[in-house]
Design a binder for this molecule. Structure first.
Ligand code: 3H9
Length: 692
């Protein structure tokens, strides 16, 4: 065995040199790894006893890509193309032996090898698009030459890894070898290459898969059209399509040069910086400052859900999907039956779309039981209350649960605003109580705010976070305060949106500005979708807000065909002349002198107070880090990922700009705009949220 450098070593097995890269956790292509590959291959090539080389990785995975943490820092050492050239131009066959994930630059390294073998569990792909990038080491040029431009474009635009079996069908992988026997399998394959004198395959030289598409721009136009909606606001995707087109139209070297230029341009873009921030933020979020990663957690083998409404049903589905039995409790048989049939219908619809088999539907429904009595939850490890947002009801339920739940059971409330400590105080075991705030639709939305009460035990919090991961959510620890992180910040935006339509804007103006910013919809379209009558009552209504007036006129949102907007039978929204009149009359009655409001003001008034509230949340320790707030907004409210979330976005704008606007607004519009002390401090120190 020879050490090539600190992350690479060469061993000999007969005629074959095995170059092993080991750079935990994921063998990312750091300067050391790039050098290890180049020098290792060159050393093996120079050894007359070596007839073939196997490139394999130690640890849990093949190379998972470029080292993202190196992006944006000064470049040093051997470049990736240099390492790749050493492989591709090696006079001896190089076989990539793949386990775990071969992603991005890692997959691109595999693509310059002359052959590839993989274990069945391996996954391969080009996820650069998720980082606001395109592959930058030949991936956009070699993959189309191997699997054709259409399949390649799809793989690059989805960024999703594909399984070894799919790779084999495409010819991306030459042989699948037995799980757990990668090294032996790769050695046997390499021996065959030697024995049968198989050629040194260079994908760059292949033309058969791209030639039929040459001179057919309509193919790329169609790909562009099919993806335009999905990528609204994103920059990288059109460059990815251009690069694949170049693979068809241009000689390899020229296409590769253009790919590299586009990659480098994107690497410097704000969007990619933002998406890289999100990549690390999503991984940070699991780390809790005062709780060690190895804190023992409690078993969650059976879950109880109280309430079979939309939330309760959606919450239950998460656990059923993960194979965890659920007992759902309601107060009346009719409500229970309705809830259960909605769950079944949701699954059946998924099966109809071919994303699940009918057997899967039955397996999941088989894990679901129901009851009309809280007593049925006595053996549950985790009980989630998802009833009406009313403190008295919740306190009553937790008081009862305290007597029913087994010792050690976790008692969670799905409250979206209420004081979890007050709920916990109704039990004799506040250490077992926390909030688990799911977002609607709860079986779809990725975010879970895990609300840490004043007395929540560490093991209970750690278990809730682990459970979040297990059911495919992204858990964010938040503190007890009205609305926690997400809804507390949302309230700022809602207040301003309502004020703006009285001062001079129309709902569709506000919605357009926020939609153009990248939100999936504006606040008024969102209210129409959710229903304007949430919390509204016919008996108590007093025409004191626009919303009340709309409800009084039976404009209760999309479901009644009218709300802030008029809707046609396909639920297409149209600005409403009637609503315009209601707003103008209401403003006049209040003595408001309406004025022209610019798009810029709409944006600043809606978003800056949110950032300011985020700063207060940090100040009060209700979120652990600014990037956690970004994750909440991206995953719970559709904040555009390419801006990195509200706090990262504000840093990019310059906090001084945000502060100056808040001060300006405060002077004319009052205390709602009072800048947070943290915002002022950061500006005074010339710092950003990223420096906290
Ligand atoms: C690229 O390759 C560009 C090229 O085309 C051109 C270049 C010229 N770099 O996710 P995990 C860290 S772009 C640095 O929790 P899992 C991660 O932060 C890249 N660090 O594990 C975490 O650190 P910590 C294309 C990385 O098992 C730890 O590893 N490649 C990288 O759930 C464990 O990660 C990608 O986009 C990296 N590339 O999932 C792949 N990857 O423990 C990105 C991971 O301190 N990576 N880390 O929090 C992934 O998708 C997943 O990490 C992976 C493992 C599936 C590999």
């Amino acid at each position: 065995m020879t050490a090539v450098n600190s992350v690479a070593e060469l061993t000999r097995e007969g005629d074959i040199a095995v170059l092993t890269i080991y750079s935990p956790p994921v063998n990312a292509l750091s300067a050391n790894v790039r050098q290890g590959i180049r020098d290792g291959v060159k050393q093996a090539e120079a050894d007359p006893a070596v007839k073939a080389i196997v490139l394999i990785c130690g640890g849990r995975t093949f190379i998972a890509g470029a080292d993202i943490s190196e992006f944006g820092k000064p470049f040093s050492g051997v470049s990736l193309p240099e390492a790749q050239d050493a492989i591709e131009n090696c006079s001896k066959p190089v076989v990539a032996a793949i386990h775990g994930t071969a992603l991005g630059g890692g997959f691109e390294v595999a693509l310059v090898c002359h052959y590839r073998v993989a274990v069945p569990s391996a996954k391969l792909g080009l996820p650069e698009i998720k980082l606001g990038l395109i592959p930058g080491a030949g991936g956009t040029q070699r993959l189309p030459r191997l699997i054709g431009p259409q399949a390649a474009a799809e793989a690059i635009l989805s960024g999703a890894p594909f399984a070894a079996a799919q790779a084999k069908t495409w010819g991306v992988v030459d042989e699948i070898v037995a799980e757990g026997h990668l090294r032996e399998g790769a050695l046997a394959f390499a021996q065959r290459v030697i024995d049968e004198k198989l050629p040194l395959v260079k994908l760059r030289d292949r033309d058969d898969k791209v030639a039929p598409f040459r001179g057919k721009p309509e193919i790329f136009e169609a790909i562009r059209k099919a993806n335009a909606r999905k990528f609204r606001g994103f920059e990288a995707w059109t460059k990815a399509i251009d690069a694949v087109r170049d693979a068809v139209e241009l000689p390899f070297a020229e296409g590769a040069k253009r790919e590299r230029a586009a990659f480098l341009e994107l690497l410097g873009s704000m969007q990619s910086k933002a998406q890289r921030h999100v990549f690390f933020a999503e991984r940070q979020v699991w780390k809790i400052a005062d709780i060690a990663d190895d804190t023992p957690t409690l078993p969650v083998k059976k879950v109880g859900v109280i309430g079979a409404g939309t939330m309760g049903g959606g919450i239950s589905m998460n656990f059923l999907n993960a194979g965890i039995p659920v007992t759902i409790v309601e107060t009346a048989q009719a409500a229970l039956d309705r809830g259960l049939s909605v769950i079944r219908k949701n699954y059946e619809n998924t099966a109809k779309k071919g994303r699940m088999t009918t057997a899967d539907v039955e397996t999941r429904m088989g894990l679901l039981s129901s009851a009309l009595d809280l007593g049925a939850l006595a053996d549950c490890d985790l009980i989630i209350e998802a009833v009406f947002e009313d403190m008295a009801i919740k306190k009553d339920i937790f008081g009862k649960l305290d007597k029913i739940a087994k010792p050690g059971a976790i008692l969670a409330s799905n409250t979206s605003y209420l004081d979890v400590d007050a709920i916990a105080a109704t039990t004799s075991r506040p250490g077992s109580v926390l909030g688990m705030h799911f977002f609607s639709p709860a079986n779809v939305m990725r975010l879970l705010e895990v609300v840490r009460g004043e007395k929540t035990d560490k093991a209970v919090l750690a278990t809730a976070m682990k459970t979040a991961k297990q059911i495919g959510k992204i858990g964010v620890v938040v503190g007890v305060c009205h609305g926690f992180v997400g809804n507390r910040m949302l309230a700022q935006r809602q207040r301003e949106a309502q004020a703006l339509i009285l001062e001079g804007a129309m709902p569709w103006d506000v919605d357009r500005v926020l939609y153009d910013f990248g939100m999936p919809m504006g606040p008024f379209a969102m209210s129409d979708l959710a229903g304007l009558d949430i919390g509204w009552s016919k008996e108590k209504t007093s025409s004191s807000t626009i919303r009340e007036i709309l409800c009084e006129q039976d404009r209760r949102g999309q479901k009644t065909g009218a709300g802030f907007y008029d809707y046609d039978e396909n639920r297409n929204a149209k600005p409403s002349a009637l609503v315009e009149k209601i707003i103008l009359d209401f403003a006049a009655a209040k003595g408001i002198n309406r004025r022209e409001i610019s798009d810029q003001e709409i944006l600043e008034r809606c978003l800056y107070p949110m950032v300011n509230e985020g700063a207060k949340i940090l100040e009060e320790g209700k979120a652990q880090r600014a990037s956690d707030i970004d994750i909440v907004w991206i995953n719970g409210y559709g904040w555009p990922v390419y801006t990195g979330g509200p706090m990262f976005w504000a840093d990019g704008l310059g906090l001084d700009k945000v502060l100056a606007a808040m001060q300006r607004f405060e002077a004319t519009m009052g205390a709602a705009f009072k800048p947070s002390a943290l915002l002022e401090k950061l500006v005074a120190e010339g710092k950003g949220f990223k420096d906290l």
